[in-house]
Write a protein that binds this ligand. Sequence first.
Ligand SMILES: [Zn+2]
Ligand SMILES: [Zn+2]
Length: 400
Amino acid sequence: MPTMPVDNGFYVTSGFGPRWGTFHYGTDFGRGGGSGGHPVYAVKDGTVTASGPASGFGQWVNVDHPASNGGGLTVYGHVIPEVRVGQSVTEGQRIARINPDSRTNGGVAPHLHLEWHRYVWSPPGPDRLDPMAMLAGARWPGTPPKKEPRMAQPSTTYTQLTTVDRGWRDPNTVPLIAIHTYECPRESGERALRNRAQYQQTSGTGSYTVLVSADGKSLRANDDNYTPCASLHTGDRLGFHLSFLAYARDSRETWLAYDTQLREAARICAEWCRLYGHQPRHLSIAEMRARKAKGFCTHADISDAFGESDHRDPGKGFPMDVFLRYVTEALNPAPSPAPPTKEDELNTDQHRMLQEIWDQLRGPGGKGWPQLGKTEKGENLTLVDAIAEIRADLDKLMEK
Ligand SMILES: [Zn+2]
Ligand SMILES: [Zn+2]
């Protein structure tokens, strides 16, 4: 999660979007009582690619972010730079201060103008992203990094958390477990999962809660208490979103051929059921709209229920019946051993052998062997008793 470029107490004075008959490709930050001279911080780790005079900004700083950190480039305008080109900066590091000279920002009050470019510096257009969307979940400078969530949540093979989310939510208020297909081949392994998550991050196209690969590995892209960007607002907020690396056009036979993939997804879903009380059943559209029952749905169901998207994944071939049975099985793991059946009892030969061993030790009917001698009470000795007698006799002989 990134860090805000200004201190707590600043607010957005002008957002990303249409403004004065043109389009404002950035977010302006200011604070009551004046912003001039206040520090500006790098939103993420990166390398300074520009620092100094820039048309329209007075001066600016550009920071390029490595792909391993979500990629992109951020622009800090109307500032006095405090870093030089080529310098590495860390998230939350002070890199500039807001220029108090209004002549450098078109004569309005001093403020920070922040831009977020998709890959590298890009002219005005679709590769300039809404900075506030990218800053969703960001912390204020100087506050400790967000703790890993203390709450329990389903474990996954890998974790690669995204910044493309819709912010915090209470996972206890999430009624749906929504199934998607990523619309890609049935890829396997860590690299495939990480690449698919990374593509969503750098392209800003969306995110799921969990991705599951063909070989039954899983990757978490959002903690349960963050709303992913998987199905537009309502469906996103109401769901844990699990996406298979698969196509919605895949047939039922294809789905069933990837049993380990279904099983891993079912294991994760069963954990959600256990933690939050979802039932392993397919909710009706009416139930989804009522938002009372907790259960399963598809992205297609979300499209039908809330009308915000037209996606039909995971497709008609998705074997919801088998999948929910797997979830149920994962919820009720192997029952305790069954009582012994006929097969578990000794067969006739085994029984006879056991009887012989017992007879040898205890005598026929457990009454000792007459040839071993008798006790003081006149009973036949058993094998063990007889050996004890012999030892006692031996001891007496040795004493003499
Ligand atoms: Zn601006
Ligand atoms: Zn979907």
